[in-house]
Design a protein around this ligand. Structure first.
Ligand code: FAD
Length: 498
């Protein structure tokens, strides 16, 4: 055997699992398709600016602490987290601006200035949110949730989960409406459903508590989002782990129905005791393992999952400070509009007319990412993979211009005046760069029928010796859940190989 374990993909799930295996003395190789670590949680240098590829902040950072603790290390020796406060600034089409600070009581004052009734609801919501995050959902992040038995076991260990079970069956929208009455407050918490790639009407209710979890603290890593995977990769390499960049895995090698290594695109075959995948589960099973090697039930099951919604990114280098107040700004959009984006636009192949989604200003937190006096803004939106408006490769420029128009006309933001450099990563670019099929950056769709025990398992049920990490498995996309998936996979493997 060349290695004990081979990991396909150096995203957060793959890296976290790899680091744990190396720490326990397993000879571990990570094969990464690109020339750097991090996948969607990464950054690149372009014309003097350091742009983030996808993720823009970390929530529930304690999951990263849990990983470093398991590695016998302190997170702060590997990653410097800068606290973000305020969490969000909002701009309404009428030009009204307000922002939510981290502090829960100060947020209540902001809410009271917009809706007296909802200021009281905020107290109830933040109390429920604190329990949901600290004692219920948040605590399962690094626990196995792959079978109904696992789910029952964690619920029995954690009785508060039972109390919050209702939010599995309510959607995001009705959860928000259960607490808040005013449209402006509901709208200020509505974008979070798209953080897992779904509209408020389809997103599971428990995701609505993200609007509270951010008040537990959100962070930006100094040096750009790539600093997180780089920190984990350093811990991995210190324990003897190897990374091969520009090494795309073409096939999972099987022996008697068991994963026994990988074949790279250049034909190199590498043998191992087990294989871990950090890539889209449909690509893994249907292409790398091969349909012909799957039992009929597994073939049907994996084909039944829809892939997640794509998320095009606009990255701007500016020669002046933007007229914003926070690391994140949300151009105000109602719950109805958030649903319309999905049902009227996305499902009909149209790029939403309101497309900015989230504006991220990383130089607000870390000025070193741009030349002195310059700034970076990223605009994260939601759109179909194959729009009726035309091929993404041909419509980048008009797409960018349209976003500028919306921000100017509806929200009074004049970014063109200070533009030095602009880059657009479309769903096709995500597919080419990171091999996300159809630009599906959150892996598989994450509605309730594709969550937890209903998602492809971390320990493959179809192929022995094969394990999954990342956005396609466990609890889906996001930094905390994917790091959590790596921890659970690592624990399974160490137990199975013991
Ligand atoms: C625009 C955007 C904004 C986001 N914002 C946030 C945020 O603010 N906060 C947050 O918590 N989350 C955010 N997320 C989600 C979060 O970034 C992802 O869910 C998480 O980083 C995914 O990790 P992963 O382990 O699934 O791996 P991925 O990031 O999917 O990485 C997979 C890796 O596998 C490699 N690979 C693919 N195929 C092969 C192959 N055949 N051989 C070898 N290597 C291969 C790829 O190159 C890639 O490096 C955002 C995502 C996007 C796209």
């Amino acid at each position: 055997m060349d290695y004990d374990a081979i990991i396909i993909g150096a995203g957060l799930g793959g890296l976290s699992c790899a680091a744990l295996l190396a720490k326990h003395g397993l000879k571990t190789l990570l094969c990464e398709n690109t020339s750097q670590v991090g996948g969607c949680c990464s950054s690149f240098d372009y014309q003097g600016y350091r742009f983030d590829i996808g993720a823009s902040v970390v929530e529930l950072a304690w999951v990263i602490d849990e990983l470093f603790e398991k590695l016998g290390r302190n997170t702060s020796d590997y990653i410097e987290f800068i606290p973000i406060d305020p969490i969000y600034g909002f701009i309404t089409a009428e030009g009204q601006r307000f922002s939510y600070p981290v502090d829960v009581d100060k947020t209540r004052e902001v809410i009271a200035s917009l809706s007296k009734e909802d200021a009281q609801s905020w107290e109830r919501f933040s109390e429920a949110g604190s329990q949901a995050i600290n004692k219920a959902f948040g605590r399962v992040m690094a626990k196995p949730m792959g079978t109904l038995k696992d789910m029952i076991k964690v619920s029995l260990e954690n009785p508060l989960l039972l109390k919050f079970m209702q939010y599995f069956f309510l959607n995001f929208e009705s959860t928000l409406c259960k607490f808040f009455k005013s449209d402006v407050i509901r709208a200020s918490m509505s974008l979070q459903s798209y953080f897992i790639g779904l509209p408020p009407a389809l997103c599971p209710g428990y995701v609505a508590f993200l609007a509270y979890s951010e008040h537990e603290g959100i962070f930006y890593p100094r040096g750009g989002m790539i600093a997180i995977p780089q920190g984990i990769a350093r811990a991995f390499q210190e324990n003897g782990g190897e990374i091969r960049f520009n090494s795309t895995v073409k096939k999972v090698l099987l022996e008697g129905g068991r994963a026994r290594g990988v074949e790279l695109e250049d034909g190199t075959q590498i043998a191992s005791r087990i294989v871990v995948s950090n890539i889209n589960a449909k690509t893994l099973y249907l292409e790398l393992v091969g349909e012909e090697n799957l039992p009929a039930w597994a073939k049907r099951a994996i084909k039944s999952y829809p892939v997640s919604m794509p998320s095009p990114m606009i990255m701007l280098g500016l020669d002046a400070k933007p007229e914003l107040e926070a690391h994140h700004t949300i151009p105000y959009s109602t719950l109805d509009n958030m649903n319309r984006i999905w049902f009227d636009d996305y499902l009909n192949g149209r790029i939403p007319a309101f497309g900015a989604g989230l504006i991220s200003w990383p130089t607000h937190s870390d000025p070193s990412l741009a030349p002195e006096g310059h700034h970076i803004l990223n605009m994260i939106a939601f759109a179909p993979y194959d729009p009726v408006d035309g091929d993404w490769d041909k419509i980048k420029e008009p797409y960018l211009e349209r976003q500028f128009d919306v921000l100017e006309k509806q929200f009074g933001l004049h970014l063109r005046d200070h533009l030095v450099v602009a880059k657009v990563n479309t769903p096709k670019d995500f597919e080419r760069m990171l091999r996300h099929p159809r630009g599906a950056v959150y892996g598989l769709q994450n509605d309730i029928t594709c969550s937890a025990a209903f998602r492809p398992g971390i320990r493959s049920r179809a192929i022995k010796g094969l394990y999954l990490t990342g956005a396609s498995t466990h609890l889906g996309g996001g930094i905390a859940p994917t790091v959590g998936s790596g921890i659970v996979a690592g624990d399974f493997i160490l137990n199975d190989l013991a």
